[in-house]
Design a protein around this ligand. Structure first.
Ligand code: CTP
Length: 396
């Protein structure tokens, strides 16, 4: 069985500088630790005015470093020792003053010295008032930092602690976690185009009623996000789903099975990979009512017509992309899924039980290809997405 947690064993130095957004760093540490990233917190003296090292120590489970002359570092050189151990340094929040310092290559406290002495990537999440962000001096500094290869995460736009609204506030912890994950994800799909369907279809009976199913879209959206993190150009054709469109993905809404078919056929031309995760209705009402159906005491019969099988049609195209199907079953999982794989002529089918998958944040799947069954451990859908895409890459 393949292990989950592909980004396990990554280690990050999280630098916190003085700004009100330092309170968001507490939630960020919690999320990073939960994602199995090893976090070493380093704070500036100014950061300690906004949040205590005790909080950060409790959340990261490690002593927090602040002082250049910390005697607890064995070789007496924390700037070398800490940066050597890290896969990346993230400074969040990064104040205007800290960005200026970084730009100049100054090293007058532990965090700035660590950044100057690093041999790993540096990511910074600016956080400041909008006037400070817009100031030509900050803009000059940011342009130079980017030219120096430093990754800028944000800033975000919106309401600020000072009461103004504009660009400059730090990205939320969830968004930063996503970007850190993206940073640590190997770019295995660079240059590849990936088309994904996700969510449920809606087949209208009348203007207010529809035939649909319980698919949440979580699995397909997770695959779209991870494929983008792996460097692919991703197009997501989404049926009904309450989720927000993933970052860096071209999302097309198509709620009926017919609209989804047309959207997929319009996009499939130059795709390298097609992953059909959507729970597409097999039937639609033959004659949807133009007006709302009024109740009566007589029984009502709904005539249904079969829909096109989008995946089977794509797989039979003369220049078909590499096609992956999803089989959601209630019984005889592997038998049904393998029969579908062969019937639809797919190199790869993902088999999952309806009870394990639908609506849940986690999933338990088995990958089926010509070499047999590859069961994956139950894991968050983002982890399943990464393992699935790695399997696809190994088969390409
Ligand atoms: N699929 C599709 N278009 C359809 C039906 C299904 O593209 N009209 C795709 C799904 O996205 C999924 C795969 O086909 O990747 C398997 O779907 P499923 O509905 O389980 O297969 P069916 O062939 O419709 O079998 P069943 O009789 O179980 O409904």
């Amino acid at each position: 069985m393949q292990k989950n947690n592909p980004i396990k064993n990554k280690s990050l130095v999280l630098g916190i500088t003085g700004g009100i957004a330092a309170y968001k760093a507490a939630e960020l540490v919690r999320l990073l630790v939960k994602a199995n990233i090893d976090v070493q917190v380093v704070m500036t003296q100014a950061a300690c005015q906004f949040i205590t090292p005790v909080t950060m120590q409790a959340l990261s489970g490690k002593p927090v470093y602040i002082d250049m002359w910390d005697s607890s570092i064995s070789n007496g050189m924390p700037h070398i020792e800490l940066s050597r151990q890290a896969d990346a340094i993230l400074v969040a929040p990064a104040s205007a003053d800290f960005l200026a310092k970084l730009m100049q290559g100054r090293a007058d406290d532990l965090l700035s010295t660590l950044c100057l002495a690093r041999d790993c990537p540096l990511l910074v999440a600016p956080a400041m008032n909008k006037q400070m962000w817009e100031n030509p001096a900050t803009q000059r500094n940011v342009a130079q930092l980017q030219a120096d290869g430093i990754n800028l995460l944000g800033p975000d736009s919106g309401e600020q602690a000072c009461g103004e609204t504009g660009l400059g506030r730090m990205l939320e912890a969830e968004a930063l976690l996503r970007l850190v994950n993206a940073h640590f994800t190997p770019k295995l799909l660079a240059g590849k185009s990936v088309l994904i369907t996700a969510g449920a279809t809606l087949e209208m009976i009348d203007p207010v009623r529809a035939i649909t199913n319980l698919s949440s879209g979580k699995m397909g959206y997770a695959i779209a996000q991870v494929a983008a993190d792996m460097g692919a150009i991703v197009t997501l054709v989404s049926g009904a789903s309450a989720l927000n469109a993933p970052d860096s993905v071209n999302t097309i809404k198509a709620t009926s099975s017919d609209a989804m078919y047309k959207a997929v056929m319009g996009q499939v031309g130059n795709q390298d990979i097609f992953i059909s995760v959507a729970a597409v209705a097999d039937y639609r009402p033959s004659a949807p009512h133009a007006e709302k159906i009024k109740k009566s005491n007589a029984s009502l019969t709904l005539a249904l017509s079969p829909n096109k099988d989008i995946l089977a049609e794509v797989a039979s195209l003369p220049k078909a992309p590499f096609c992956v199907g999803f089989a959601a079953e209630t019984e005889k999982l592997l038998d049904h899924a393998e029969a579908k794989r062969q019937a639809k002529k797919l190199p790869l089918m993902v088999a999952n039980l309806v009870s394990d998958a639908m609506g849940d944040d986690d999933n338990t799947v088995t990958l089926l290809d010509k070499n047999g069954a590859h069961p994956l451990e139950r894991a968050p859908k983002s982890v399943i997405a990464e393992l699935l895409l790695k399997h696809v890459v190994s088969m390409l």
